[in-house]
Design a protein around this ligand. Sequence first.
Ligand code: GLP
Length: 245
Amino acid sequence: MNILVMKDYTEMSRQAALFIAASVTLKPDTVIGLPTGKTPVGMYNELVMLYKNGFVDFGRVTAFNLDEYVGLGREDPHSFYSYMQRHLFGYINIPPKNIHIPNGKAKDLKAECLRYEEIIRQKGPIDLMILGIGHNGHIGFNEPSSEFIPETHIENLTERTRKANARYFGSLQDIPRKAITMGLGTIMLSKKIILLAYGRDKADVILRTIKGNITPRFPASILRVHRDCTFILDQEAAGKIRDML
Ligand code: GLP
């Protein structure tokens, strides 16, 4: 596992965007996995700037988002679909047909999970997966569990996760209780993984990811057995692993 510690959030975001731009330049039909949350916002801004300045062309890229809330449609401003339009897809030249995000409003959610998994299988494996991390070690919406769930599935969100995302919704009640998420097996099949984290509140989870037991009780710990995984952190998120660097 490689660990890059950057000066601050801006540098972390820039470094991640440069990784993506380099991948797309080297392999124009890159298949990329993308997260939501507050962490990747700066990276998406940097990518939009790189695109607008002509440094990167997304015309042949395929994107798979990690997750979507159950019950929220594309038009819902709280959906991850809307988030991605607002922060990235609305400003770059990725063809709409190459954008894949689970449908949180599907009538048959199990069938939707199978459909999503199948498209990833057809177009994949994912070349470059970008991840954030939750305070309980979740990646995508893979919450702590008694087992690592390999494929796209429905996840019950923990109260902690719902509270962490409350800032985007009017009240805790409005936050969906379930999400569709890419599974850990599919994430681990990605050729390269980059995990981003910033801020003091992520220092403990980064320490536990890097040093704790590899266990489904702390899903991000599985990244330790990936062949090509890079963590890009700011100084604060790296605050408890300094002695290991
Ligand atoms: C969200 C997402 C994850 C994200 C994580 C951390 O709920 N499902 O993909 O990595 O929580 O979010 P943030 O970046 O806002 O801390």
